[in-house]
Design a protein around this ligand. Structure first.
Ligand code: ATP
Ligand code: MG
Length: 428
């Protein structure tokens, strides 16, 4: 019986014809990270499950129902990373990066895995770019991280309709105080809570505020605000951040309901949302996680960072019409049946050496000249370079522009590079 292999649900293939905006995003990211002095880190896709339960938190959606967790051959529980803040902190501690007084600015990109219900803008394998900073406690580094993301939106041409939402969760003491207030409030509205929220009321009441259940929105709206439980110092931190953002020309809206889905945040949290993408409007999210590093075994060390969803950024690039077109080959090399494959292969190599920035495709399958030209046309190439027995004997190459009004010409070998370059410039 023939077996038909299909991809797993929510795990898309990325094909060459759709890769151009990905590469553009990746190169904009590399450029921006370099401009701000962030170093790239690459950590494994698999980590011990305990790293994620410990850092993200037991009573979060991710840990409760979204992780790909299984036992390896020795029976150890391991998980595909659902996010990479925990992995980065683990790596920083394990590799001794977090010396007292040190500042580390790092960034990463790669696939993340969450067992969610796949829908537009929500997949089970998706890609993130993230930036993380260890060692700076003040609001200035939060402003820097936000400026870095804003620069990316501008560079990619997707700043239109992007809105920054910010909030503060205060420090641990503030949150303990708030937690008590919140539990008392939700206890008195027990009958309106759904099953998830009732469970969270015991384990993590703040997370009730993050519920997406429409039936819960009214009781959440009326809940006491965290703001009233904040200490002077926490309020000052948040006000300073707002002043820094304002001074840098970044428009931020304070959203007191923004709590974020992960347990490890404290003080500032933020999210970039867009009006252009419908329901999955969160493009980038982050915040401060000062408690996480000690939780995972570091000496006291502040941390802050963000992660963006690459699929959503690309959807936005498509929607706003700023995605680049797929690049077609520049030169398509054809050998007539009179010459050996070695001759046309050699011609392609020569052109690649002469024009190192060009895409040169060699037609490895022989055939009539007519069918070879058909393939050349189909490839979208700008020029065809043809080598036959006459060309070989007399030391020239026939060059035929495939687009535009230019005529076919015979080009002496010595002028090949220069002529191809000129024709390519005229065609593009
Ligand atoms: P959401 O509220 O959309 O579920 P989240 O709070 O779970 O997002 P984070 O863990 O903060 O998301 O991840 C940062 C970014 O990664 C999100 O803002 C989003 O752009 C992207 N992202 C998260 N989950 C997915 C997914 N399943 N598919 C595609 N992108 C995702
Ligand atoms: Mg989520």
């Amino acid at each position: 019986m023939k077996t038909q292999f299909t991809r797993l649900r929510g795990m898309p293939d990325l094909l060459p014809q759709a890769i151009a905006p990905w590469q553009q995003l990746e190169s904009a990211v590399r450029h921006a990270m370099c401009a701000y002095g962030y170093g790239e880190i690459r950590t494994p896709l698999l980590e011990r499950t305990s790293l994620f339960t410990r850092s993200i938190g037991e009573a979060t959606d991710i840990v409760e129902k979204e992780m790909y967790t299984f036992s390896d051959r020795k029976g150890e529980s391991i998980s595909l990373r659902p996010e990479n803040t925990a992995g980065c902190v683990r790596a920083a501690i394990e590799n001794g990066l977090l010396q007292p007084g040190s500042v580390n600015r790092i960034w990463y990109t790669g696939p993340m895995f969450r067992y969610e219900r796949p829908q537009l803008g929500r997949q089970r394998q998706f890609f993130q770019v993230g930036a993380e900073v260890y060692g700076l406690a003040g609001p200035a580094i939060e402003a820097e991280l936000i400026l870095l993301s804003a620069r990316l939106w501008r560079e990619l041409g997707i700043d239109k309709g992007m809105q920054l939402e910010i909030n503060t969760l205060g420090d641990n003491e503030d949150r303990t105080r708030y937690r008590d207030t919140l539990v008392a409030y939700f206890e008195s509205h027990r009958e309106t809570l759904d099953e998830d929220s009732l469970r969270r009321l015991e384990r993590n009441p703040l997370r009730i505020l993050d519920s997406k259940n429409p039936a819960m929105q009214a009781v959440i709206e009326a809940a006491p605000a965290l703001r009233e439980s904040l200490s002077e110092a926490s309020l000052m931190h948040f006000e300073q951040l707002q002043a820094l953002l304002q001074g840098s020309g970044i428009d931020a809206v304070v959203n007191p309901r923004l709590v974020r889905g992960l347990d490890y945040y404290s003080h500032t949290v933020f999210e970039w949302t867009t009006s252009e993408l419908g329901a999955q409007s969160a493009v980038c999210a982050g915040g401060r996680y000062d408690g996480l590093l000690t939780e995972l075994g570091a000496k006291a060390m502040p941390g802050v960072g963000w992660a963006l969803g690459m699929e959503r950024v690309i959807a936005l690039m498509d929607k706003l019409g700023v995605s680049p077109a797929q690049h077609a080959p520049d030169v398509f090399v054809i050998g007539t049946d009179e010459v050996a494959a070695a001759d046309s292969l050699a011609l392609a190599e020569t052109i690649r050496a002469l024009l190192p920035d060009c895409a040169v495709v060699h037609n490895t399958a022989a055939g009539s000249l007519k069918s070879q030209f058909r393939k050349a046309d189909k490839s979208g190439a700008s020029l065809a370079a043809i080598i036959g027995s006459d060309e070989l004997a007399n030391g020239y190459v026939t060059v035929k522009p495939l687009r535009g009004p230019h005529e076919q010409t015979s080009v002496p070998a010595l002028q090949l590079g220069e002529t191809l370059q000129r024709l390519l410039e005229q065609i593009d």
